[in-house]
Design a protein around this ligand. Sequence first.
Ligand SMILES: Cc1cc2nc3c(=O)[nH]c(=O)nc-3n(C[C@H](O)[C@H](O)[C@H](O)COP(=O)(O)OP(=O)(O)OC[C@H]3O[C@@H](n4cnc5c(N)ncnc54)[C@H](O)[C@@H]3O)c2cc1C
Length: 549
Amino acid sequence: MSRTPGGRYDAVVVGGGHNGLVCAAYLAAAGLSVCVVERRGIVGGAAVTEEFHPGFRNSTASYTVSLLSPRVIRDLDLATHGLRIVRRPLANFLPFPDGTHLKVGGGLAATQREVAKFSPRDAQALPPYYAMLDRVAGVLRALLDVTPPNVGAHRGGRFAFALDAWKTAKPFRALDATAQRDVLDVLTKSAGEILDRWFESAPLKAAFGFDAVVGNFQSPYAPGSAYVLLHHVFGEVNGEAGQWGHAIGGMGAITQAMAKACTARGVEIRTSAAVREVRVAGARAVGVTLESGEAIEATRVVANVNPRLLFEELVAPAHLDDEFRARIAGYRCGSGTLRMNVALAELPDFRALPGSHAQAHHGSGIIVAPSLAYMERAYFDAKTSGWSRAPIVEMLIPSVLDDSLAPPGKHAASLFCQHVHPRLDEVLPGHTWDDHRDEVADLMIATVDAFAPNFAGSVLGRRVLTPLDLEREFGLTGGDIFHGALALDQLFSARPVLGYADYRMPIENLYLCGSGAHPGGGVTGIPGKNAAREILRDVRRPRRWPRGG
Ligand SMILES: Cc1cc2nc3c(=O)[nH]c(=O)nc-3n(C[C@H](O)[C@H](O)[C@H](O)COP(=O)(O)OP(=O)(O)OC[C@H]3O[C@@H](n4cnc5c(N)ncnc54)[C@H](O)[C@@H]3O)c2cc1C
C-alpha cells in the first residue's frame, strides 16, 4: 500500500534487519503503508550473505539457523519466496589436545556412544538432562510470543496488568515442583554449576557449556549464564526442536526472502538511507530525517535498531526524561566475539579425525574449547588483557552443505571466536581494535591449526569483524550480537527497561521492534512479529499514551 496523498506513511521502520522486515511485512499485510529505511546497501542487518573474497560468499555475521520462528516462516510464506533450510548432519564436533574427540548429534544413541568414551555415567545422564532442558525450554518457549506484562507502567490499569501477569505465569504454574525448581535454576544459576551437577566429564560439559558463552562476555560460571545456554536451545529446524540448520545461500537467504515478502505486500524498502534523527512534534514521533537531510513523514516510527543507538543517537535528549536516559545508559551491551570468514583451498584435516575429504564432522559446529575451565580462563584473560591467549573458536563450513558459496573443491568457513574485549581501550588505554585486528585474527587461525595442521596453509583470504567493526558496520553497540545482554535484569518485562517492555517506547507512536525488545537476540523474527501485533492493536483501538512509571 502506498503512502497517503499528503505523503505520509502509516509507519516508517528504522533499520532493515530481519526484525524490521518481519514487522513491516505484518503491518503491510494489515493494510498499512510502510517504508523501511536501511543504512547499509543491503537489507538483512546481522543476517546477510556477502562476497568476502573473490568467488567466495558466506553469511557475514549471524551464521546458523535454529531460532527462526516457524510461525514467521509460515505467515511470510518464506518458502514460497525461496527459503530452504537443511539440517546439519551432526550438531557438534570437539577435537581435544590429546587426540581424542567428541561428536554430539545424529540421534540420542549415537551421542550416548560418543559420551560413553569419556564417562558411561554421563551417557546414562543424557536422557534425563535433555528431558529437564525440554521442560524448561517448553515453559520459556510459551512466553516467546507474548507481550510481557508491563511492570512499572500504568498503561491499561492494574487489573489489566494482573491479568497479563496471571496469563504469563500459567505455563510455570502447570509444572510440578521439580520442574519449577529447574526453571528457577536455569534463570538464575551459572551454566557451569548446572552442568557440574549433571555430568562429570569435561568434554561433554564443554560441548554443552559453549552455548552459555556465545555472545555473552562472561565466564560459564557467571550466574545467569545458564539462561544464555537455554536461549540457544529454544529453536527448531523443519519442526525438530533443539536442532541447528543451514539456510541454502547463507543467512542472507532468510532476509532476502523476507524482503520479497515485504515487497509482495507493498512495503517500500530503501537502502543506503541512514536515519539521522527520529522527528518528534507535540511529544509524538512523526517521522524521520535521513542523513541526506530528506524528511520522511509517518504516523508511527518503528525502530529496529539497538535501544542505546536509538535513544543515545537518534532521539534528541530533550524528548526523554533523565531517569529513562540514565536507565538506557546503564543497559548493558557488549559481546566478546570476533567473527571471521575464511576462504579455504581444502577442508581441515583434524588430527583427531584425519582426512580432508568431506566427512560428517565437517558439516557440524566444530568447537575448539576442551573444558569449562578453559572457557573461564578465556573470559578472564580477555577481561584483563583484551583478548584470550587461548580462545574459544566455533567453526562452521557451510559450503560442505551448500555448493552455492564457494568454487568447486574449495570451501567457505565461518569462525566465531570468543573472548575478545568489547571495548578494548578499557583494558589497553589508547588502543582500538584497528590496532590489533590482524594479530588476533592470526591467533584464531593458529588456534584451529593446532588441531588441524593443514588449516593455516589452506586459507586463501579472510574478512575479520571485531566488536568495533560489528558496531561500525551493523550498528551493533559494543558489538553486542543480541542488542543487549540476555541477563535476568534485561529480559522479559525488563527488556529494554522496566515499564517499556510492550514494544511502546516513552514517546507516543514510537515503537521498538528489534532484538532489544522481548524475547531478545537471535534470528527469530519474534520481536518484529510481537511489535507489529501491538502496533496494530493501537491502530485499531487508539488510546491515550500513558507514560511508564
Ligand atoms: C557475529 C554474529 C553472529 C551471530 N550468530 C547468530 C547465529 O548463528 N544464529 C542466530 O540466530 N543469531 C545469531 N546472531 C544474532 C542475530 O544475528 C541478531 O540478534 C539479529 O540478526 C538481530 O536482528 P535485528 O533485526 O533485531 O537487528 P539487526 O540485524 O541489528 O538490524 C538492525 C538494522 O538497523 C540498521 N541501522 C542501524 N542504524 C541505522 C540508521 N541510523 N538508519 C537506518 N538503519 C540503521 C542496521 O544496518 C541493521 O540493518 C549473531 C549476531 C552476530 C553479530
